[in-house]
Design a protein around this ligand. Structure first.
Ligand SMILES: [Zn+2]
Length: 811
């Protein structure tokens, strides 16, 4: 919020030379606009072709409307996050006149007093800041309407592109008005919305790598920004009260007029307006169906897959008592994708793969979704195709490419379309859905890879089809239209109690992440009903896929050095299931229970199950699992000319040659970092203190050391892998001992175990000189660390290449 105001202030001062009120008497609009091209609509526009100016007639004062800015033409860089179709801000605004000035005001809807008492409302209004987004000078006036020059308003950078580039250390840019102009094909007026688009160019110095990657001339970045003024939806929408068990996204504000025995925070769910024609009927058509449009920029056969996947939602609306209430169509020719009246699914290209998004423009007063805007990154399909190439090794001489590859990619695309549309229907992630027969498209689905009778990876059941059972429950909660006289609160509660009784739980983002997350069932990109069993199973699949890994994963004529690109996701096939299993260790089962609903609130995970999780985690760092075979290593030369090393590949410590020990190091750092996560360590200490049958941190570190640092490896590459894993463990133990946010007891145990290791390693002879060298080095590192515990000394293990869609945000 603050950022927006500051940026606007800067722009205002930059334009201070222009836009002063006219001298002498103010002309009428008819006189002033006589030679201008009028575009009648919600707020009438006038185009002055000769001057390249756009004039705005303001005929509604103190009337609230929606103002949305967006970026129809972006930069194509996932790292910069300036994508085609991105919505910038959406807010409720109003025009207020004061003498020769008209202010565009954004009232503060986060803090309100909902009451008929004007003085009480005023108290809340005046207690919190408003934001004046722009000041216009009246240039002509007639019958209560005024004409203002809106050129500067519309040609400004509402998307804050220079500050975004600066934050990404990609150069210092500023808007260059000499290279900016209105984009008339998308400047249109309609009875309920006014749409203006501008081509903006930003010039600057020292463009960074991301800018260079995606711009023809990195010193001139040209994009388009779009502005919409939209009439607010009419009355008749009934907000639905949020429930933490429902799976919906919350829209919240504070009501200062709440009675003392009421609650000030008001929480509604985000949802579209949908009503039955006949609420008394068990099944009824909708007064107005929800319609989504797909960007025809998505090519076939992906286009059909996206349409099919998005249309799955109709199954959920049918289950909630609607007939034919959810449609997905191809966006008609000539329709503007930025038009706020359309729910849109956009197909977006970037130079690197990235996340897809489901965003919604909503009414902050009620939670009503006005527009759903889905952004689907096109490179997901390509990445998945490559993973399936690695699994199936399909390029055999004289054989056609199996249809299984494309078929599985399209199955994933249907899931993706359904998932992102789900967000724009108001739904949050349910990361606990995969354990119940893939019950929701709002979970993250990894491909479920089986092994067939011959031990070959099989993708026939890679992705679920159709809307999930949980999704139907959520849509029922959010969209069911009850007949008059129904006790809605009771009925909605009954929907959620019934879901609990059927064994569904809803656990969302914060609880599912591997960093600090403790829930044994809610994970990203996991499969199966038990995270530990599934990790063991996936390690078998991975071993089989690696044993079949050959030149047949790439096509005839492709450089063999590109084998590494395909190897990365196969070698790290277990990474997300490892995260899932790690949360069983020191984990806690719980629900978003509310008082009186009878749900199980919390439950500790039995000690034996935690130990089983630890053993499965330790399997992932065994030298046998991490050492690549000589046959694979013989196939991968340094990168071929023109096919350069990139960040999707492993980090090399061997110069240009493929580094199998570095690959093992990065894979081990994933697992060890999870086992020694400081918050997990703190829970291990606590849970063991409460229940001696629960494994404590001492036991976990002892076991981790027993299979890594304290092993005397034999000869061969696996011995070097063993030592590389040992170095990762040593590093992560020092990090834990030095972590100022970890509890004292956790740090004490980590340090105690390091000291014990030093004493052991000092006395340990080792079978050969390599082993002796490593033990001596490890003992020396600990000694140095004991002298100065702030200095870890040994280098941080190589990070594995990115696995999820690249980028820092997720959706
Ligand atoms: Zn999502």
């Amino acid at each position: 919020m603050l950022r927006i105001i500051l940026a606007l202030l800067l722009l205002t001062s930059a334009f201070a030379q222009q836009g002063t009120p006219p001298a002498g008497p103010v002309p009428t609009i008819a006189t002033k606009a006589a030679s201008l091209q009028k575009m009648p609509g919600y707020f009438p526009l006038y185009w002055e072709d000769k001057a390249g100016k756009l004039w705005l007639e303001i005929d509604k004062f103190d009337v609230e409307f929606l103002y949305v800015d967006s970026m129809p033409a972006g930069m194509g860089s996932n790292d910069l996050g300036l994508d085609r179709g991105q919505i910038g801000g959406s807010r409720i605004v109003r025009f207020e006149r004061s003498g020769p000035k008209v202010l565009l005001i954004q009232p503060n809807y986060r803090y309100r007093s909902i009451t008929d008492d004007a003085a009480e409302r005023r108290a809340a209004d005046q207690s919190f800041a408003q934001s004046v987004l722009w000041g216009f000078d009246v240039q002509a006036e007639e019958g209560g309407r005024v004409l203002v020059d809106a050129t500067q308003f519309y040609l400004r950078d509402a998307h804050h592109i220079p500050s975004t580039l600066q934050r990404a250390n990609n150069g210092t840019f500023r808007a260059d008005l000499t290279r900016s102009a209105f984009y008339l094909p998308r400047t249109k007026n309609f009875p309920k919305n006014t749409e203006v688009e501008a081509t903006l160019t930003f010039t600057g110095e020292n463009p960074g790598g991301f800018v260079r990657d995606v711009t023809p001339n990195p010193e001139a970045i040209t994009v388009r920004e779009h502005h919409s003024f939209v009439e607010l939806p009419g009355p008749g929408f009934r907000p639905r009260v949020f429930d933490p068990r429902s799976g919906f996204i919350v829209s919240a504000f504070t009501d200062y007029a709440a009675p003392l025995d009421g609650r000030m925070p008001q929480r509604f769910i985000l949802r579209h307006r949908l009503q039955k024609k006949n609420p008394a009927a068990a099944v009824s058509e909708a007064v107005q169906p929800i319609v989504y449009y797909l960007d025809p920029g998505a090519p076939e056969p992906i286009r059909s897959a996206l349409l099919a996947g998005a249309r799955w939602w109709n199954q959920a609306f049918e289950a909630a008592g609607y007939k034919d209430a959810f449609h997905v169509e191809l966006l008609p020719d000539g329709a503007d994708p930025m038009d706020v009246r359309y729910n849109l699914i956009q197909w977006v290209h970037r130079s690197t793969r990235g996340w897809s998004y489901g965003a919604a423009i909503s009414d902050p007063r009620t939670g009503e979704i006005i527009k759903g805007q889905v952004t689907l990154g096109s490179l997901r399909a390509r990445q998945d195709y490559m993973i399936f190439e690695g699994l199936l090794a399909p390029y055999l001489d004289g054989k056609t490419i199996p249809a299984e590859l494309s078929r599985t990619v399209l199955a994933r695309m249907r899931q993706l379309a359904a998932h992102e549309v789900g967000h724009t229907l108001g739904l949050a992630h349910n990361f606990a859905a995969s354990v119940k027969d893939r019950a929701s498209v709002m979970d993250y689905p990894p491909p479920f890879v089986k092994l067939n009778a011959s031990g070959v990876p099989d993708l026939s059941d890679a992705y679920a089809t159709g809307i999930g059972a949980w999704d139907k429950i959520a849509i029922d909660f959010g969209y069911r239209d009850f007949p008059a006289g129904t006790d809605e609160k009771k009925q909605l509660d009954a929907i959620l109690r019934d879901a609990t009784a059927r064994g569904f739980i809803f656990i969302s983002d914060a609880d599912a992440r591997p960093e600090g997350g403790a829930h044994p069932l809610a994970h990203l990109w996991d499969s199966g009903t038990n995270a530990v069993d599934e990790l063991n199973r996936i390690l078998d699949v991975r071993a089989k896929a690696l044993s079949r890994f050959s030149a047949n994963v790439i096509r005839e004529g492709e450089p063999l050095s590109t084998l590494e690109d395909v190897l990365v996701p196969i070698y790290l096939l277990h990474r997300y299931q490892t995260e899932a299993a790690s949360k069983v260790l020191g984990g806690l089962y719980y629900t978003y229970a509310v008082r009186g609903d009878g749900q199980k609130i919390t439950e500790r995970i039995p000690g034996p199950e935690q130990r089983r999780a630890l053993e499965a985690l330790l399997h992932t760092i065994e030298p046998g699992a991490l050492t690549l075979s000589p046959s694979i290593l013989a196939l991968i030369p340094p990168r071929a000319e023109g096919y350069y090393h990139n960040r999707k590949d492993f980090h090399n410590r061997t110069g240009l040659t493929f580094d199998p020990i570095g690959a093992a190091e990065s894979a081990a750092s994933l697992t060890v970092g999870l086992i020694l996560n400081p918050q997990r360590a703190a829970r291990l200490v606590e849970y063991h203190a409460e229940d001696p049958n629960s494994p404590g941190l001492i036991e976990v570190i002892d076991r981790l050391m027993a299979v890594t640092l304290r092993v005397r490896p034999g000869p061969g590459l696996s011995a070097e892998v063993q030592r590389a894993v040992g170095a990762v463990v040593l590093y992560d133990l020092m990090v834990l001992a030095a972590n100022e946010n970890a509890p004292a007891e956790v740090r004490a145990i980590a340090m105690f175990k390091l000291t014990a290791l030093r004493e052991w390693a000092t006395a340990e002879a080792g079978a050969d000189e390599n082993t002796r060298a490593f033990f001596a080095w490890a003992a020396e590192q600990v000694k140095r660390f004991e002298a100065n515990p702030k200095d870890i000394g040994i280098p941080k293990p190589a990070d594995p290449p990115p696995g999820q869609p690249i980028g820092c945000e997720s959706n």
